[in-house]
Every structure is written in structure tokens, then in C-alpha cells.
Design a protein around this ligand. Structure first.
Ligand code: BEZ
Length: 254
């Protein structure tokens, strides 16, 4: 769930409270993977390990990696083999039958390096099954952050940690790194948040907020919230975000 070396800080308790929908939707990606008993599977961006449990339940031998030491500690506390690693430089060579990843790849600023790294970690014929944000993902939130930050003369492009490729770009990246793409889908998903939009921002937008002095952050969050109210807050008081997902399954050739 969390993927790389931005200055985003992850808090397992906060993540479980504000973002449990992320691994819940990830169960559909586990279905696409169809893990088999005895397979050795890498969970790239394993977060606190919620989906590692689903892979273990299928009888797989699972290793998780995540860039966040706190999330890895939470996964280890569940009894899993989880390690701190950068997905763009995985320390594995042809040892996994499959690499699984849910909602982590869009944190990897160098996506080509991440895909190359996954390729090296897989055995020839191994499968790479993942879901990540696609072009236009959380567009309303990005636009609101841009508006508020640009008013403060902050370089929002430099701060944005998220990589959301489009369908053709993703196909090209996989193909270029010698993957045979067997499934690639791009679709929209409206997410009802479990709480206020500022909770979502507190969990996911840390890289932006870190650029603001701590005592000014509440005011900045309030401005972003105000900017999003018309489009994302419904009359019944629920907050919604427009996600765009890229979901794929690809086979390492040779
Ligand atoms: C996502 O899962 O789509 C996502 C996560 C964090 C920030 C933006 C999007």
C-alpha cells in the first residue's frame, strides 16, 4: 500500500482508521492474481500486511516489502516476513513466482525502474499483478492542492509524489521491460471516505503538507477542504473522491 522513498510518513493506526478501503478493494486484485498453494509471492508495498494475509490464506509463501519502517513493523507484528525496501531497487533476483502490488506503484517516482526491478525479482514466466492510480486519479484533490499551494507561491509540481500513467503509457512501460501484458484495464471508482476529506489529506498528502510550516497546516487544510466542498461533499455529509485505477496482469518473458 505504501511504496517508496518520498518524505511521506505513514502511521499504521491512522492508515487503518482512514484508509481501510484501500486493502478492501485490493481483494479484487488478489482474485486476479489467483495465488496458488506453494507459490512464492512478493507483496510490493505491503503496508501493514492486511493483504499478505489473503495471500497466505491461499497457501502461498509470502514476502512483503515496503518503504515505510513503521508499516513494515506493523506487518511483522502480524507475524509476516516483511522487510524495508525501495521498490525501485528490489534486492531480489529471479526468486518469485509472482509479484503482487496494490496501490503502491503510484508512489514510485521512477516507475520504469520499479517495473525493471519487479522483472528481476520474478522467475522467467512469473506474473506481475497490480493495481495503481491511473491518469486523472484524485484529480479534484490534486487541483485543489495546486490552487492553494500556488497562491502561496509553492512549487506544487516539485512536491507532487504521485505518478498516474495512462493506459497506453502503462502498456508501453510493461512491454518495454519484456512483460507480456495479459490483462490491462483502466476504470473509475468513486470512493466514499470513512470521514472528513482532511483525514484523507492527513494520511496521503504528507509530502505536500511537509512543505508548510507546522503551525500553518490547519489553515492550509481548511482552504483545501473549502476548495473541495462543492464537488466532493454530498448533501448527506459524506465525502467522496474520484479514483481512476489501472489494473494489470503481465508475464515476465524469457
Ligand atoms: C490511490 O490509491 O489512488 C492514491 C493513494 C494516495 C494518494 C493518491 C492516490
Amino acid at each position: 500500500m505504501t511504496g517508496t522513498s518520498t518524505n511521506q510518513v505513514w502511521d499504521p493506526e491512522r492508515y487503518a482508521r482512514t484508509a481501510a478501503f484501500v486493502p478492501e478493494f485490493g481483494r479484487e486484485v488478489v482474485e486476479l492474481l489467483a495465488p496458488q498453494p506453494g507459490e512464492r509471492i512478493l507483496d510490493l508495498g505491503c503496508g501493514d500486511g492486511v493483504l499478505m494475509q489473503a495471500l497466505v490464506d491461499a497457501g502461498a509463501e509470502v514476502v512483503g516489502v515496503d518503504a515505510s519502517p513503521d508499516m513494515v513493523a506493523a506487518a511483522c507484528a502480524r507475524g509476516f516476513d516483511a522487510r524495508v525496501a525501495d521498490g525501485q531497487q528490489l534486492p531480489f533476483e529471479a526468486e518469485f513466482d509472482a509479484v503482487f502490488s496494490n496501490a503502491a506503484l503510484h508512489w514510485m517516482g521512477n516507475l520504469p525502474a520499479a517495473i525493471g526491478s519487479v522483472r528481476r525479482a520474478l522467475k522467467p514466466g512469473g506474473r506481475f499483478v497490480a493495481e495503481m492510480g491511473g491518469e486523472g486519479n484524485v484529480a479534484s484533490v490534486v487541483a485543489a492542492i495546486e490552487w492553494v499551494f500556488e497562491k502561496r507561491k509553492l512549487d506544487v509540481l516539485r512536491l507532487n509524489p504521485w505518478v498516474f500513467p495512462n493506459f497506453d503509457g502503462m502498456h508501453h512501460l510493461l512491454h518495454q521491460r519484456a512483460f507480456h501484458v495479459v490483462h490491462l484495464d483502466c476504470f473509475e471508482r468513486q470512493i466514499e471516505l470513512p470521514g472528513d476529506i482532511t483525514d484523507w489529506l492527513g494520511t496521503f498528502a504528507g509530502t505536500f503538507l511537509a512543505a508548510i510550516p507546522e503551525d500553518e497546516r490547519p489553515a492550509v487544510l481548511a482552504e483545501i477542504r473549502e476548495e473541495l466542498t462543492d464537488s466532493q461533499l454530498r448533501e448527506d455529509g459524506t465525502w467522496w473522491i474520484d479514483y481512476v485505477r489501472l489494473r494489470f496482469a503481465a508475464i515476465r518473458m524469457d
